[in-house]
Design a protein around this ligand. Structure first.
Ligand code: IPT
Length: 990
């Protein structure tokens, strides 16, 4: 059967470029008739005939996936094939969708050849026009064209397409994503003029030494053709090469395109040409003579409602968001995207790795036995995919690298694909990651590499891979290749942590040419009428990848997650730094900074005092300039009434004028510098001012004394249970008092991957999720209340001795918490060691009416030890609900870092103020950590009528262990003795 054989297709035309032609095109997108059968055997035999009665059939929107339109169900697997591995056979239950579409041929449709084109059908189909079979095709994310010949009639025509969800092709399409069958990209009829243009291959090189551009456009045409580039005054024959002494090159930074056309008497094809030359010089990929540096993302096509049937508007939105967040490169993981996406990349400026639609990952479960990429019988299917990729996309200047595919282990056939590609297009580099000999790749590449390994690769001291150990020549070649980290920083749930560390290592070694975060967007689906996004397992699938598809920098609705905000900061193309003076570094490869304007502001206690513009000289790519500080740092500024006089200088680089992807004023880069609080030397930078230590009350203040009354105890604004020492009221507000908290609702990265790297395993084994609190002593002295406790889990010998030390003066109630680990935290003969804690702080509850939070510290978004570059110090305000980050699967989130003080107030502006000594980390939510941990979807979180507040000294870093390394040692919260302080005050006029 055609869906199980090793033929890539039948009756199809040769692959060719995606062209913008003047010849008539009829879109066949729209409402089609649809019927799903359980398998090919159950599908109606005469469905292709015009007489067939489809009255009872449903309507289906094409392009679209039937599983997202009420037929059958989507399935998500990461690596597993959702059918038995028996290549090239398919299961009997092979959902088969028959599509019927009557369309009217316009009366003026030319009397010439016509072709029918499908941009993408998942995974295999047969097509009939007016009852006549045109052919079959496989290769879901690739185009197929058929001659319709004399079968097309004036007036009404019937197109019938039978689509099988599973085919031999499915074995090559095991990407980590939803299995979404259907005609999910456009369907068109295209008139082919007698003297028209069949194919075009643009070669436009740039000589960075002379500034000259060389252009040659190869054409396959049925009429005499000319190539016109009006702006350059060119009128060339196809295949004629001409060098223009001066052209403006194309780069992702300055995406200069020249309009061009290929003209025959019967047809005009419009092109947009970018001059650029891709070469590998020594160990670096260069374009136009400059090494590239990828600040990249891996992008799947995903829309929360429509799956991979993404609209052009969505494609543009993705690219605009990428540009706005300083992303300069995209790997089209793991298949060629809709062709319009690549036009947009040319236009807006992105470096592209265009990846072929090949991934055989599921053969991991046969130990790679039967892997198609190592079986010559599969060569036609595989080569067909590479050809269709390269031929379709060969005219995009944005594409600088072809990728043979993803995660398909090793195999001879990959060598055939590489050889064909190099021959067909010597003008681009070639990429394949999984073959550790890299024999078919111009890059050395890995995924999810830990930092220390990355350092070794940068410094060329990495170990020899097994695959090249006995092949010195291959090993020498591999060692000389540029390195690209094609996937890293797994953005699943809260995270990734460590982006700034990766960037530091990337920038240190020229061999490292950057990386691509995994991945751009969460693949959550929003089904009709639902409020929660679903992920694997929602449809009763037996084999599924659960929430492993929720690992993007965008939430499924395309709102940026904190991970994207962090990435934007870390990959800024302009670095502003300083000590004594300012240094501005242009980290771009091609563009000067003349599109940017530099502005500064000076804040005291988070309130702006002065601001202005910075005059920045021209700074060439790779160069930097030093400038004097823009403020008269010696001028004393009065502290704000509620502050300590902490001064900060903020310098921001913003767009000077509108760009196609953002308006003037859009912030590209920024930095903050602490200024001396008072009259220091002009131009001097300083450590941030520290708030007073609450444990050391100012001498002038009146120290309050504890007063007993019945079972209670009052100390300043605090009321305590005299027996337990628990705070019960805080300035009159009921509270259940701050008590030690070491637990957080595990993040996906805490959970690790299937037990690997699961920090949470050690945490749970150490009982951190079930700590009991025992009060050992409540001691009241003249001016102090001291509560000594031991916090420990049942059944284990370790715990923490925790002492709460309360004092009060004037209007302030202060607490110092001293924590000392006790017992065998480093494990025993049968328990494992627990080396770090998720968090260290206190938790308390307050009335839910305090639902506005204003704070001075890091923000506005959440931040953690290894994901805090984007937090800037100023005053921020959010509602309690606005503090939450809505991860699709609830988990720890929303922590604000370096908080000096925070005010939690009600609608009348009354409430509580809490101050750190000097800083704390703040979370406030209307549900508990336990609720967060239990919840599987956002709607599982029901607000209580209390506010749960965590005031932490620190939290463990995030890492990206959901697929990769855990937080590195410098971002872990080690099990050790700590002391921290907090002070509360009544706030407002209540
Ligand atoms: C890597 C895959 O290439 C990618 O598609 C995705 O599945 C990612 O993992 C995890 O989300 S492969 C893995 C072996 C690192």
């Amino acid at each position: 059967m055609y869906y199980e054989d090793l033929e890539p297709g039948t009756g199809r035309r040769e692959p060719r470029a995606w062209l913008h032609s003047s010849a008539p095109v009829l879109s066949l997108n729209g409402e089609w008739r649809f019927k799903l059968s359980a398998g090919p055997a159950e599908a109606p035999a005469d469905v292709m005939t015009p007489e067939f009665a489809d009255d009872g059939w449903d309507e289906l929107t094409v392009p679209g996936h039937w599983v997202l339109q009420g037929h059958d169900r989507p399935r998500y697997t990461n690596t597993a094939f959702p059918f038995p591995i028996d290549p090239p056979r398919t299961p009997a239950a092979n959902p088969t969708g028959d599509h019927r579409h009557w369309f009217e041929l316009p009366a003026d449709w030319p009397d010439a050849r016509t072709i029918l084109r499908f941009e993408g059908v998942d995974s295999c189909f047969k097509v009939w026009l007016n009852g006549v079979e045109l052919g079959t095709s496989k290769g879901s994310r690739l185009p197929s064209e058929f001659e319709v010949g004399a079968h097309l009639r004036p007036g009404r025509n019937l197109l019938v397409v039978r689509v099988h969800q599973w085919s031999s092709g499915s074995y090559l399409e095991d990407q980590d994503m939803w299995w979404l069958p259907g005609i999910f990209r456009d369907v068109t009829l295209r008139s082919r003029p007698a003297d028209g243009i069949e194919d075009v291959f643009v070669h436009a090189d740039f000589d960075h030494v002379t500034g000259a551009g060389t252009i040659k456009v190869d054409c396959v045409s049925t009429g005499p053709a000319r190539v016109l580039v009006p702006e350059l005054g060119l009128d060339l024959a196809p295949g004629e090469s001409v060098t223009v002494p001066a052209v403006e090159p194309w780069s992702a930074e300055i995406p200069r395109l020249y309009d061009a056309s290929v003209v025959t008497p019967g047809e005009t094809v419009s092109l947009r040409i970018g001059f650029r030359t891709v070469t590998i010089v020594d160990d670096q990929l260069t374009v136009n003579g400059r090494p590239l540096f990828f600040r990249g993302v891996n992008r799947h096509e995903h829309d929360q409602y429509r799956g991979r049937a993404v609209s052009e508007e969505t494609m543009r939105q993705d690219l605009v968001l990428m540009k706005q967040h300083n992303v300069n490169a995209v790997r089209t993981a793991h298949y060629p995207p809709h062709p319009a996406f690549l036009d947009l990349c040319d236009e807006l400026g992105l470096w592209v790795i265009d990846e072929c639609d090949i991934e055989t990952h599921g053969f991991i479960y046969t130990d790679w036995v039967g892997n198609p990429v190592d079986d010559p019988a599969w060569a036609p299917m595989l080569l067909d995919r590479m050809r269709r990729t390269v031929e379709r996309d060969k005219n995009h200047p944005s594409i600088v690298i072809w990728s043979l595919g993803n995660e398909s282990h090793r195999g001879r056939v990959l060598g055939d694909l590489a050889a064909w590609t190099r021959e067909r297009d010597p003008g681009r580099a070639l990429f394949y990651e999984r073959d550790r000999s890299y024999a078919f790749s111009d890059f050395y590449s890995l995924m999810y590499t830990p930092l220390d390994e990355l350092e070794r690769i940068g410094s060329r001291t990495e170990e020899v891979p097994e695959e090249t150990a006995d092949h010195p020549e291959l090993e020498a070649r591999r060692r000389a290749l540029p390195f690209v980290l094609c996937e890293y920083a797994h953005a699943m749930g809260n995270g990734p942590g460590g982006l700034a560390d990766y960037q530091r290592v990337f920038e240190k070694y020229p061999r490292l040419q950057g990386g691509f975060v995994w991945e751009w967007i969460d693949h959550g689906l929003l089904l009709p009428g639902a409020t929660d996004h679903v992920y694997g397992g929602a449809f009763g699938e037996k084999v599924h990848g659960a929430n492993f598809c929720l690992d993007g920098l965008l939430f499924p609705d395309r709102t940026p997650s904190p991970g994207l905000i962090e990435y934007k900061k870390v990959i800024e193309p302009v670095r502003i730094s300083g000590a004594g003076s300012l240094t501005i570094e242009n980290l771009r490869s091609f563009a000067p900074l003349d599109d940017l304007e530099f502005v500064w502001s000076e804040e005291v206690d988070g309130v702006e005092m002065r601001s202005g513009r910075l005059e920045v000289p021209a700074i060439e790519p790779g160069a930097s300039a030093e400038l004097p500080l823009p403020v008269e740092a010696a001028v004393p500024v009065e502290p704000a009434a509620d502050g300590a006089g902490e001064r900060w200088l903020t310098v921001r680089a913003v767009l000077a004028k509108d760009e196609p992807w953002a308006a003037a004023g859009h912030e590209v880069a920024w930095a903050q510098f602490p200024l001396p609080a008072h009259s220091a030397q002009p131009g001097e930078l300083a450590e941030p001012a520290r708030a007073a230590d609450p444990a050391q009350p100012a001498t002038a203040a009146v120290r309050r004394q504890p007063e007993r009354s019945g079972d209670g105890l009052r100390l300043g604004g605090g009321e305590f249970d005299a027996r337990t020492g628990q705070l019960t009221r805080l300035f009159g507000l009921p509270t259940d008092g701050p008590r030690l908290d070491l637990w957080r609702a595990p993040t996906d990265n805490d959970n690790g991957q299937g037990g690997r790297n699961a920090t949470v395993t050690a945490w749970r084994a150490a009982g951190l999720d079930r700590l009991e609190h025992r009060v050992d002593q409540v001691e009241v002295t003249d001016h102090e209340l001291t509560v000594r406790t031991r916090v420990a889990p049942d059944g284990l010998g370790h715990g923490v001795r925790t002492t709460y030390h309360w004092t009060a003066n004037d209007d302030a109630l202060s607490l110092t918490v001293a924590v000392v680990p006790d017992g065998p935290w480093n494990g025993s003969a049968i328990t494992q060691p627990c080396e770090n804690w998720p968090r260290l702080g206190v938790r308390m509850s307050l009335p839910s009416s305090l639902d506005t939070v204003r704070w001075f510290g890091g923000g506005p978004g959440e931040a953690y030890a290894d994901s805090r570059a984007a937090a800037r110090v100023t005053r921020h305000t959010r509602t309690v609900d606005g503090l939450q980050t809505p991860y699709v699967v609830p988990q720890e989130n929303g922590s604000r870092i370096d908080v000096r003080w925070a005010e939690l107030t009600d609608a009348d502006g009354n409430g509580i103020r809490v101050e750190g000594a000097p800083y704390f980390q703040l979370t406030a939510r209307r549900w508990t950590t336990e609720d967060l941990e239990q919840a599987k979807h956002r709607s599982d979180l029901t607000p209580h009528d209390r506010l749960y507040v965590n005031l932490d000294l620190a939290q463990n870093g995030l890492g990206s262990a959901s697929c990769g390394p855990a937080a590195t040692a410098d971002h872990t919260l080690d099990v050790a003795a700590y002391t921290f302080g907090l002070t509360w005050r009544q706030f407002g006029g209540r």
